[in-house]
Design a binder for this molecule. Structure first.
Ligand code: HEM
Length: 412
């Protein structure tokens, strides 16, 4: 395997390793691939050969092409055909793998219809007081605690986790275990045993939770999903548990990084931070810009080809895994002026929530949480600085998520 980043040139038959250097700075590699090899062959940390799509136009097109599918069974068959090193296969348990992001139409259409009502802009805007209350409580706790904190632990994680757990009706006690399982499942550097154990624990927990909502329905979204599932058999048991899994994981793993990556972007640009403090009406635009510049989802969008597909002039054969890079599309200079700059007045939209039928269901909720998070932090802490040297910050080793492992800050 030839690493084109060290020899300075990219060649046609090269395979790009998605390794520690990539996780530390994916944007450097993306910039080169967009120019030199916009549809590249790559290999993930577990040795899975994939195709990597990096240009904005190609990414948008790929995300609306039905031959780039997501169904779990098709994906498993593709994985089985690949020469993965033994011991690196990850078997997602069936109970967790029957959700929106592992189905195509018509199953996807049926599942999405069932939950979409709970997540419309209108439904979500009614949650603002709850989101503000949770953010306020976390800020109170930080103000009363030590001046130096890990902002992810103290604020960026518990805010979306609190919101999605309240919305779905998940009791407080289990949230720490949930975070650990979720982190393990999404990491690209753990062992299969670790991931299998986390998946089994998660499935067991969610199965019990769904049974509890069925026995004692409450006024929450999960109870409503369970009731809808039983009504005319519209959802199987596995689909119900999978839905709970997706909503809980997607509901917090992403927004934590919107807040973390956004705060870091501001701490790197004190002039922009000052501008935002002076004019909080810019916060919604800033949230959009954080999503574009360093969105929570790194490559995120796994697809597999059900037929040969031409993307950006390259034909990807049938039965291949394709990673469609939203992070790269969002910095394509053919689409954005000065794409690496944090610009609070940028008007162009971004692809951080995906595109097409799988466009993020939780986008209105994520936007609300992002807005409340930044308004709260700016209003409550007049002084916010990085507590470590920027070079000491480390990024999670995940193909899916772009986020720091810790964000130590000093605040007053
Ligand atoms: C789908 C990003 C927050 C629930 C997606 C997709 C992206 C994304 C890129 C499409 C993936 C693909 O096409 O393969 C984000 C980002 C968020 C965020 C950047 C935060 C800033 C949330 C929240 C929820 C959520 C808070 C909570 C409900 C979902 C669901 C899907 C999804 C259910 C699947 C939609 C479908 O397949 O029809 N998200 N998400 N997301 N997201 Fe989000």
């Amino acid at each position: 395997m030839d690493d084109g980043r060290t020899d300075g040139t990219l060649t046609a038959d090269r395979v790009v390793p998605l390794d520690a250097a990539f996780f530390a700075d994916p944007h450097a590699l993306y910039a080169r691939l967009r120019v030199e090899e916009p549809v590249a062959r790559a290999v993930t940390p577990v040795g899975l050969p994939v195709w990597l799509v990096t240009r904005y136009d190609d990414v948008r097109e790929a995300l609306t092409d039905p031959r780039l599918a997501k169904d779990a069974d098709g994906f498993s068959r593709v994985l089985e055909s690949k020469p993965l090193p033994s011991g690196s296969r990850v078997a997602f348990t069936q109970e967790l793998n029957r959700h929106l992001l592992s189905t195509d139409p018509p199953d996807h259409t049926r599942l999405r219809k069932l939950v979409s009502r709970a997540f419309t802009v209108r439904a979500v805007s009614a949650l603002r007081p709850q989101v503000e209350a949770i953010a306020g409580r976390l800020a109170d706790r930080m103000a009363a605690g030590p001046a130096e904190v890990d902002l992810l632990d103290a604020f960026a994680f518990p805010l979306p986790m609190g919101v999605i757990c309240e919305l779905l009706g998940v009791p407080e006690g289990e949230r720490t275990s949930f975070r650990r399982w979720s982190n393990t499942l999404l990491a690209s550097d753990g062992t299969v045993d670790e991931r299998t154990a986390a998946g089994t624990a998660m499935a067991g927990y969610l199965t019990a939770l769904v049974a509890q909502k069925r026995a004692r329905p409450a006024d929450d979204v999960l109870s409503a999903i369970v009731a809808a599932a039983e009504d005319a058999d519209r959802l199987s048991f596995d689909e119900t548990v999978s839905m709970a899994f997706l909503l809980l994981v997607a509901g917090h793993e992403t927004t934590v990084n919107l807040i973390g990556n956004g705060v870091l972007a501001l701490l790197r640009r004190p002039d922009r931070l000052a501008e935002l403090r002076a004019d909080p009406a810019l916060v919604p635009a800033a949230v959009e810009e954080f999503l574009r510049l360093d969105g929570p989802v790194n490559l995120a969008t796994y697809r597999h080809t059900t037929a040969p597909v031409e993307v950006g002039g390259t034909t990807i054969p049938a039965g291949e895994v394709v990673l469609v890079s939203l992070a790269s599309a969002n910095r394509d200079p053919d689409h954005y002026a000065a794409p690496d700059e944090l610009d609070l007045h940028r008007e162009a939209s971004h692809l951080a929530f995906g595109h097409g039928i799988h466009h993020c269901l939780g986008a209105p909720l994520a936007r609300l949480e992002g807005e409340v998070a930044f308004r709260t932090l700016l209003a409550r802490f007049s002084d916010l600085v990085l507590a470590v040297d920027p070079g000491e910050l480390t990024w999670r080793q995940s193909i899916l998520m772009r986020g720091l492992t810790r964000l130590p800050v000093r605040l007053r």
